[in-house]
Design a protein around this ligand. Sequence first.
Ligand SMILES: [Mn+2]
Length: 433
Amino acid sequence: MGLPFELSEYVRRQESVFEGFPESSILIIPTNDRKIRSNDVGYPFRPNSYMLYLCGWIEDEGVFVAHNIGGDVHSTLFVPERDTKKEIWEGIRIGVEGAKEWPVTNTSAIENFESEILQMIGGAQHVYTIMGVSETIDDIFKEIDGVLDPRPIIDPLRRVKSAKEIQYMQEAAAIASEAHKFAMVKATPNMGEWEIQSSVEGHFMSEKSTWSFPSIVGGGSNATILHYKTNNCIIRDGDLVLVDAGCEISGYASDITRTWPINGSFTKPQREIYELVLKAEKAGIEACQVGSPWSDLHRVVSEIIAQGLIDLGVLKCDLEEAIGDQTKLDGPFRNFFMHGTGHLLGLDVHDVGGGRQGDPGAPKFLEEGMVLTIEPGLYFADWREDVEIPERYSGIGIRIEDDVLITNDGPVVLSSSCPKEITEIEDIVGSGV
Ligand SMILES: [Mn+2]
């Protein structure tokens, strides 16, 4: 039937959630709504991550309901009935009968959901659901007092990955690494950002994968826009291009950034900044040790960046002043490295579980089985007027990002097959043109 995990793994997840709930609780998890793009054309559908996590349902309608009223966990998956007239247009559906192979106790027709759910929650003392995912669910539950958010219970469970989850993430990282290499090989000056995007995403598709977030391809100064995604400019000879792109396998994301010269050789100023970011990135990866506090990652990376900016003459102060407040790390190095060092990775590219460095509620220490990104960057936007941009580096934006699995034997870089050493990059860029 093609579920990505054994039924027992889903059941274990469901039971773990209910271990965090009081007795007589009911949990309602909708999948994402379909969204209209224009007239009768929809945006590509992507199932809700909580739905994927708890029962693996991937069709575009469905509600997972589970409760522990009376002791054991019982679950029902509400799904659309088979319907030949609709299936002729939209494809064959799994249906209420077919859904019995999913990790649930019962299945029921989604047409019955509204009437059955009111009865079901009537028998429960605690009602948990996630608002803002499905209009139907929002309409029903906005009228009901005291509805609880289950995410504080579920999210920490998603933080540490199982062996099988890690296997999918390793696959996603390998495909994305290949995709980045593929784009490097075919690169040549004066090509469009969209052509690189096409190389990268074309490779995702050829591997039966898809992007896990819209790809960022920024040539020249566009690389200084952190979430640039118009990807519609020509990349001139002598410019760098920043490619931040990842894909997903069975819902699990990879997220890789590489920055390289479109003509295959770094200029001296580009090389100076690249070497600094690479040094910081490697130190960040090295700091990914079981038991290390999250805050250490950002501190290690920030100190290298700040010292490097002093050495390059960008900051004219000592390290203490460059770093700023010892806890907030808010000194002037932040003018050029303005984002975090990394984030958790999983079913969501910025995964849940309090895993964005600096998030309130984040776990204090790294644990075995967590997967996170390390992604320092330096950005000297030539269009900025709020800070002084050194002429030598004006227009340079560089970020390097890898996906790192935390293990008791130290960090394992899942994206290690993607080149990042200067000599490797200079060898591969344009080698297939
Ligand atoms: Mn990232």
